[in-house]
Design a protein around this ligand. Structure first.
Ligand SMILES: Nc1ncnc2c1ncn2[C@@H]1O[C@H](COP(=O)(O)OP(=O)(O)OP(=O)(O)O)[C@@H](O)[C@H]1O
Ligand SMILES: [Mg+2]
Length: 287
């Protein structure tokens, strides 16, 4: 079961040799609640990948502090212990893959955690299965010989094989076809349920995380512009276009219905929206 991950006034600047540091995150305060799916969204360059790496303990904040389960993540021992609980899927699969074979790539993390023999094989097979990788077909291949979508799925399998309490995924839907995108949504939802894990999904397209996410963190130029629930995003005043984003179609439809005075229980469920429209129609026909 995951614990609460907190960021307090976290900033991060990239050191640039011979030049001034480049600020990428500025005073971010947020919490990832145990077992929630949190979507981090924003335009290109808004700091999403930097925040993902900070959340995974790979980049240490240049200012501010982080905590997990009520304890500050500070000092090497606590940082290493925190890192073992988090899995990060990088935006670019090639930054993650390195082994000679797909099997070895997926096995690397759990092997490092001390798994071996049958336990290791089972963990690898289960993670590969969840990620949609057929080990009989691809297990012996070099990960670098795979298609982009296959590489991303192998990288995902490697992260799932770590069995993390906190799963951070940077643009996990890019490059996946419809079936694999839907499969990933199912896997993430089930992983959260069964593992009690927290899931952080980074995306520039709200639609990708719309059905899964409980809350949305909107980044703008390295700052947190808002943290909203789906219903608040649909009803709210945040001008998404100004942040380089848009509501997904279901959200836009829900917003239109609400503005016409129709109550909408779940703005991510097309069946709920269709019912709301039908009821509105019946009500106006009966008038
Ligand atoms: N390794 C790096 N060295 C220096 N600056 C960097 C580095 N990585 C990112 N940046 C800068 O930090 C800022 C935030 O970048 P980041 O990659 O976090 O944005 P992003 O929201 O993930 O963008 P995208 O949607 O394109 O993936 C940008 O100004 C970027 O140029
Ligand atoms: Mg990015």
């Amino acid at each position: 079961m995951a614990e609460r991950l907190t960021l307090e006034e976290v900033s991060y600047s990239y050191p640039l040799p011979g030049r001034e540091d480049l600020p990428a995150l500025d005073g971010i305060s947020l919490a990832v609640e145990p077992g929630e799916v949190l979507c981090v969204a924003g335009a290109n360059g808004s700091g999403k990948s930097t925040l993902a790496q900070v959340c995974a303990g790979l980049l240490a904040p240049t200012a501010g502090s982080m905590g997990y389960g009520g304890e500050k993540i500070e000092g090497r021992r606590r940082l290493l212990s925190f890192r073992r609980k988090v899995g990060l899927l990088f935006q670019n699969a090639e930054d993650q893959l390195f082994a000679d074979t797909v099997f070895e790539d997926v096995a690397f993390g759990p092997r490092n955690h001390g798994l071996k023999g049958e336990e290791l094989e089972t963990r690898v097979a289960s993670a590969a299965g969840h990620a949609g990788i057929d080990l009989d077909e691809l297990g012996g291949r070099s990960p670098f010989s795979l298609s982009e979508g296959e590489k991303r799925r192998v990288a995902l399998a490697g992260v799932l094989a770590l069995d993390p309490e906190v799963l951070v995924l940077d643009e996990p839907f890019i490059g996946l076809d419809f079936d694999n995108g839907e499969r990933l949504k199912g896997v993430l939802g089930a992983y959260r349920e069964e593992r009690g894990a927290s899931v952080v999904i980074v995306t520039h397209e709200l639609a990708d995380a719309w059905s899964l996410a409980d809350r949305f963190v909107l980044l703008d130029g390295g700052r947190c512009a808002a943290v909203e629930e789906k219903s608040e995003l649909v009803r709210g005043d945040i001008e998404l276009a100004g942040l380089g984003m848009r509501l997904p179609q279901w959200g836009a439809l829900a917003r239109g219905l609400i503005r016409c005075g129709v109550a909408v229980a779940d703005p991510s469920d097309p069946v709920v929206l269709a019912r709301a429209m039908a009821e509105r129609r019946r009500a106006s026909d009966g008038r």
